[in-house]
Write a protein that binds this ligand. Structure first.
Ligand code: ADP
Length: 569
C-alpha cells in the first residue's frame, strides 16, 4: 500500500470512529442540552417559577388565617369558662365580669346577655378616663343593648349553628393613640339549653392585637415555614382591606424585615378579622428576582455543559487522532524493522555460503566478502542495540553508567572507527574537536551511540551534497556536540516530531531508506539523562544541524536527571 492510500484509509477509519462517538455520546448529550434549553425558555416565558412561589404563598396565608382564628377562638373559650351564670345576681355578674377584665389586660370589654334580665356590659374602669374609650364603651353598650333586645334570638341561633358555638365581629376603633382594629368574640354557653337566649362576649384590645398578638403570630408562622423550606427569609403584614377604613396608614402591623414594597401575595381575612388583609413577601427580594436568578443559573449551567461537551469532543478527536497516528507508526515500525533485520541477515547468509562452498579463489575477493559480513553484522548489532535500549526505556528500566570521561577523546575515538567507512561512501568529512574540555561524568557507550545515530542519519539522509561535519566545543558551562550535514533537511512542522518514537518524515528519500524511527528518540533520552538538551536547526534541501548540549554542572543535578528521565521515554 503506498503512503497516499494509507493516509486515506487512516483518515477514513478516524472519521468512522468519530461518527460512532458522536452518534453514541454527543448526539444524546446535545439533544438533552437542546431540550433543557427550550424547557428553560418556556419556564421563563410562562413565568412558571413565579406562579409556583405564589401558589406556595397562598397556601401559607390560608394556613396562617386558620391559625390566627384558632388562637382567638381558644382565648375566647378560656375567657368563657370564667363567665358568670344566669342564676347570679346582677351585682355578682358585674363583679365576675370586672374580675375577668382585671385578670386579662388583653380584653377591652366583656358582656353578658340574658334575654330575661338584659345586658351587663363592663369595661376596665381605669381606662374610662380616656375620652375615646369612654365613648366607645357608651356606643357599644347602647348598640348591643338595642340590637340584642331585638335580635337576641337570631344572634344566639346563629352561634349555635357554628362548630365552636362562637362568632366574631371586627371593627375599626379610634383611641388616643390613633386608629386601631378591634375584634369581639360572641359565645354561647354549652351548659345551658339551646332555647335559652343567653350569651356572652369579649373584645380584644386593639393595642394588644397590634403589639403582641399579630407580631407573635407572624413570628410563629414564618419560623415554621422557614423550618420546612429553608429558603429566602419571609416577612408578613396585615392591613385594612379597604383603605378608607384606615386613615392612619395602610399597614396595621408588619413583621420585622418587611421594609419597603408591596406584598407578593395577599389574602382577605374572613370571620375573626373580617376587613383586614394578610400580606406576605420575601425579605429584600421578590419572586420575580428569584425566578430570574434561577433561570439565569439554569442557562449558565447549560452553557457550561455545552462548552464542556465541545471541549470533550475536541479532546477526544485529538487523542483519537494521536492514538491512530501512533498505531500507524507502530505498524510501519514493525515492517521497517523486520525488513532491516532480514536484509543484513540474508546478505550474511549469502556471503557465508559462497565462502563455505570454496568457490572464491582470489584472496582479495575473500577479504571483501569477510568485510561485507562484518559490516552487515555490525549493522544488525546496532539495530538490535537500539531496539533493546528502546524497550528498556519504555519499561523504565534503562540505567546509565556515569563515569568521569574525557569527552574529546570519546568523540575522536568513535569517529575514527568510522572515518574510513564515511569517507569511502563519498562524504567530505570534517571534524573540529576542542581538546581542553574537562572530564565529565558520562555513560561512554550511550554518548557514543547518540553520536553514531546522528552521524548515521546525516549519511542516510544526504542525497546530492555529501558533507558531514562534527564539532565539539565548550561554551558557557555547557559542552556542545554538533553534527552538521547538507542533506535533504527537515520541514519546520516535522522538527519537533522527529524526536518522538517511531516518527519518520514523509520525504521520498526517507521512505526509501530503511529505518526504525527510534534513533532520535534514543538520542533525546540519552541527552536528557545527562541533564542536557538536543536541538535541531534545519531547512529542507539545505541540510540539518543537530546539537547536543551537555552541562558541565554539579553531579547531584545530573543524577537527579538520570532518575527523572529513566521514568519515561
Ligand atoms: P530513522 O532514521 O530510523 O527513521 P530517527 O529517529 O533516527 O529514525 O529519525 C527520525 C526521522 O527524522 C527520520 O526518519 C528522518 O525523516 C528525519 N531525520 C533524522 N535525521 C535527519 C537528517 N540528518 N536529515 C534529514 N532528516 C533527518
Amino acid at each position: 500500500m503506498n503512503s497516499k492510500s494509507k493516509r486515506f484509509w487512516s483518515r477514513n477509519k478516524r472519521f468512522r470512529l468519530m461518527l460512532t462517538l458522536e452518534l453514541a455520546v454527543m448526539l444524546p448529550a446535545a439533544a438533552l442540552i437542546y431540550v433543557n434549553f427550550h424547557h428553560l425558555k418556556s419556564i421563563k416565558g410562562d413565568k412558571n417559577v413565579e406562579a409556583t412561589i405564589h401558589r406556595d404563598f397562598q397556601y401559607v396565608l390560608s394556613v396562617a388565617e386558620k391559625k390566627i382564628n384558632d388562637r382567638i377562638y381558644t382565648m375566647a373559650e378560656e375567657t368563657r369558662d370564667l363567665f358568670p351564670s344566669p342564676a347570679d345576681s346582677e351585682l355578682d355578674k358585674e363583679k365576675k365580669l370586672d374580675s375577668i377584665l382585671s385578670q386579662n389586660p388583653r380584653l377591652s370589654h366583656v358582656f353578658f346577655f340574658d334575654a330575661e334580665k338584659g345586658l351587663a356590659f363592663r369595661s376596665p374602669p381605669q381606662q374610662m378616663t380616656d375620652r375615646f374609650f369612654r365613648e366607645e364603651h357608651d356606643r357599644m353598650s347602647l348598640m348591643f343593648g338595642g340590637w340584642f333586645g331585638m335580635e337576641g334570638k337570631m344572634v344566639c341561633d346563629g352561634m349555635h349553628s357554628k362548630a365552636r358555638g362562637m362568632t366574631c365581629y371586627g371593627d375599626q376603633v379610634k383611641r388616643a393613640s390613633g386608629f386601631g382594629y378591634m375584634t369581639t368574640a360572641f359565645f354561647t354557653f354549652p351548659q345551658f339549653p339551646a332555647d335559652r337566649i343567653v350569651f356572652g362576649g369579649a373584645s380584644f384590645d386593639p393595642d394588644y392585637l397590634k403589639q403582641t398578638f399579630f407580631p407573635e403570630m407572624f413570628e410563629e408562622i414564618i419560623s415554621q415555614k422557614m423550618a420546612e423550606d429553608r429558603g429566602n427569609q419571609l416577612a408578613m403584614t396585615v392591613f385594612a382591606t379597604n383603605e378608607d377604613q384606615d386613615p392612619g396608614g395602610k399597614s396595621l402591623v408588619a413583621s420585622t424585615g418587611w421594609g419597603e414594597g408591596k406584598p407578593e401575595v395577599t389574602r382577605n381575612l374572613d370571620d375573626v378579622f373580617r376587613g383586614l388583609t394578610l400580606g406576605i413577601k420575601f425579605q429584600g427580594t421578590s419572586a420575580e428576582a428569584i425566578a430570574g436568578r434561577w433561570i439565569q443559573q439554569g442557562f449558565i449551567i447549560l452553557g457550561a455543559l455545552s462548552l464542556l461537551m465541545i471541549g470533550g469532543l475536541v479532546l477526544t478527536y485529538r487523542s483519537v487522532s494521536k492514538e491512530m497516528a501512533l498505531a500507524r507508526l507502530k505498524s510501519d515500525f514493525v515492517s521497517n524493522v523486520s525488513h532491516e533485520l532480514r536484509t543484513p541477515l540474508s546478505l550474511i547468509q549469502l556471503y557465508a555460503e559462497t565462502l563455505e562452498l570454496g568457490r572464491i579463489t582470489t584472496q582479495e575477493k575473500k577479504e571483501e566478502y569477510y568485510r561485507i559480513i562484518r559490516k552487515e553484522s555490525e549493522r544488525l548489532g546496532k539495530l538490535i542495540t537500539n531496539i533493546l535500549d528502546f524497550s528498556r526505556i519504555e519499561a523504565g528500566r534503562k540505567e546509565y553508567d556515569l563515569r568521569e570521561t574525557d569527552i574529546a577523546e570519546l568523540v575522536r575515538n568513535t569517529l575514527d572507527t568510522y572515518r574510513y567507512q564515511i569517507e569511502k561512501s563519498g562524504f567530505e568529512f570534517e571534524t573540529s574537536i576542542e581538546s581542553n574540555i574537562p572530564t565529565m561524568k558520562l555513560d561512554r557507550e550511550a554518548i557514543a551511540r547518540a553520536l553514531l545515530n546522528l552521524v548515521n542519519n546525516a549519511i542516510k539522509y544526504s542525497a546530492d551534497e555529501k558533507f558531514l561535519n562534527v564539532k565539539l566545543y565548550r561554551t558557557n558551562g555547557t559542552v556542545k556536540l554538533e553534527v552538521v550535514d547538507r542533506g535533504i533537511g527537515i520541514a519546520r512542522r516535522d522538527q519537533a516530531k522527529i524526536f518522538e518514537k517511531f516518527y519518520r518524515t514523509c520525504d521520498p528519500l526517507v521512505h526509501d531508506t530503511k529505518g526504525s524511527g527510534l534513533g532520535l528518540s534514543l538520542v533525546r533520552h540519552i541527552t536528557h539523562a545527562h541533564g542536557g538538551e538536543v536541538e535541531v536547526e534545519s531547512a529542507p534541501g539545505k541540510g540539518s544541524r543537530f546539537t547536543l548540549s551537555l552541562p558541565l554542572a554539579a553531579e547531584a543535578d545530573r543524577e537527579a536527571n538520570v532518575i527523572a528521565s529513566g521514568a519515561g521515554a
